[in-house]
Design a protein around this ligand. Structure first.
Ligand code: SAM
Length: 233
């Protein structure tokens, strides 16, 4: 069996007694040179993973309307899976590993008492900031020492420092994640992004030579992440 096939232990309940059933085996969608992608629901796949870091940008529960926001290209994106506010992200905070979680200010009730913040400063000009809704975004980190950080990286429909393509309605800039992975993780760490989207973390992990596992429930986004990796080869 491939060492990156996930074996997920399961239990069934009958009449208030737990019955152990055969483990679920999950095969990788992509598996090459330390980068593994699963097209799966992370709530299930994560049970079999022990990362050093979870670095992720989950759906914030804001019912993001991509068609309304995407002023530039006129492209139409499908809605983001589980962005209806019903996804309970508690499992992310109780999982093993250090954490960087974008949008965590949207669910303060789940946050442990302590932690350091990252502010992504994406200001452009007043008109553009107004149209984007906010000139900054916050990510919570599980570090309890050190200091809070501000990363200045311009992005969005108006200015894109990466100069790269836009694949996902809420795609993060490569430069932002490059700085985060460089500052927070070490060479042999295993980084997990359970809400990988189009694979920004995946692309950066590959560039930095980090071991990486990405999960997305949408096959379309797993496919895009694979395309982004292939461009780098
Ligand atoms: C905010 S987006 C991530 C965007 C990413 N940072 C990028 O740069 O492309 C969140 C992603 O989580 C995925 N998702 C939603 N629910 C999920 C679940 N239960 N398991 C795995 N992925 C899920 C969505 O398909 C979406 O692509």
């Amino acid at each position: 069996m491939n060492e990156n096939n996930l074996q997920i232990e399961q239990q069934e309940t009958t009449d208030n007694t737990f019955v152990k059933v055969e483990p679920l085996v999950m095969l990788p969608y992509y598996d090459q040179d330390g980068i593994t992608i699963y097209n799966a629901d992370c709530r299930i796949a994560m049970r079999a993973l022990r990362p050093s870091w979870i670095i992720t940008d989950p759906p914030y529960g804001i019912n993001y309307n991509a068609e309304r926001q995407n002023l530039n290209s006129g492209q139409k994106y499908k809605d983001i899976e589980n962005d209806d506010g019903n996804l309970n992200l508690e499992f992310i905070f109780s999982a093993e590993g250090n954490k960087v979680v974008f949008g965590a200010n949207c669910f303060p009730n789940l946050l442990p008492h302590r932690g350091r913040w990252i502010c992504w400063d994406k200001r452009t000009n007043e008109q553009a900031d107004k149209a984007l809704g906010s000139p900054f975004e916050l990510a919570w980190t599980s570090l309890t020492s050190g200091y809070d950080r501000i990363y200045r990286v311009m992005h969005g429909g108006f200015v894109n420092d990466d100069g790269g393509k836009r694949f996902h309605p809420t795609q993060k800039p490569v430069r932002l994640f490059y700085r985060i992975l460089e500052d927070f993780t070490k060479q042999d760490d295993l980084i997990l992004d359970p809400f990988m989207g189009s694979g920004t973390t995946c692309e950066v992990a590959k560039k930095l030579g980090r071991n990486f596992i990405g999960i997305d429930i949408s096959k379309r986004y797993c496919n895009l992440a694979e395309d982004r990796l292939n461009i780098l080869i």
